[in-house]
Design a protein around this ligand. Structure first.
Ligand SMILES: [Zn+2]
Length: 198
């Protein structure tokens, strides 16, 4: 539609999730009209995140060092691990201010349709973390949808013989949705009302 570099930018923006061709075009013209100092900051922010952010070697959360902010914090309760699907679920739970334990990020959920099985998730490293006697409770905070429930069911079976308390978030979260979209009050209640899986 446009010449060379402008079309190139529109095409790149249209690759982003939730950005259709119209939005991509609007963003491209916004950037074209913007102050160069503003666009430089955007470019630099993208570059920095790509070079500096990595994943915590312990829990899989985003980190700027070997370990993430949560794992490095000595005030966190090390007897509880909250298992989530994605690193973006961590800030969702942090916002509730109801949780002081550690996390474990699986990197997805079991989904046979997408060819994702237990071996594709960070389950082995979870088992390694649970092999000591420091952890007493594992909270399964996978998404309230089919894949998340299947993953929670799989993990609860796997962990049932380890002598741990395994809990699942209480119902009340919007079914079929993602944890990250739940508001903090609802998510906080689901966390408080978590139930032990028999
Ligand atoms: Zn960590």
């Amino acid at each position: 539609m446009y010449d060379g570099v402008l079309q190139n930018l529109v095409d790149e923006l249209a690759q982003l999730p939730g950005i259709g061709p119209k939005s991509a075009q609007r963003l491209a013209f916004h950037l074209l009209a913007a102050d160069p100092a503003d666009t430089d900051r955007l470019v630099e922010a993208i570059r920095e995140v790509k070079t500096r952010v990595r994943f915590c070697r312990t829990c899989g959360n985003v980190a700027e060092q070997e370990e993430c902010r949560v794992c490095l914090d000595p005030r966190r309760d090390r007897s509880t691990i909250c298992v989530v699907e994605e690193a973006k679920d961590v800030p969702a739970i942090e916002r509730t201010r109801e949780y002081r334990g550690l996390y474990h990020v699986l990197g997805g959920a079991i989904s046979p349709i997408d060819g994702i099985g237990p071996d594709d998730l960070r389950i082995r490293s979870l088992l390694t973390r649970l092999s000591g006697d420091e952890v007493q409770e594992v909270i399964l905070a996978t998404d309230p949808n089919i894949e998340g429930e299947a993953t929670a069911a799989y993990l609860s079976r796997l962990l049932s013989t380890m002598g741990l308390t395994v809990t699942r978030l209480a119902s009340g979260l919007p079914v079929g949705g993602d944890l990250e979209y739940a508001d903090e009050v609802t998510l906080g209640r689901a966390l408080q009302g978590r139930r032990e899986i028999e």
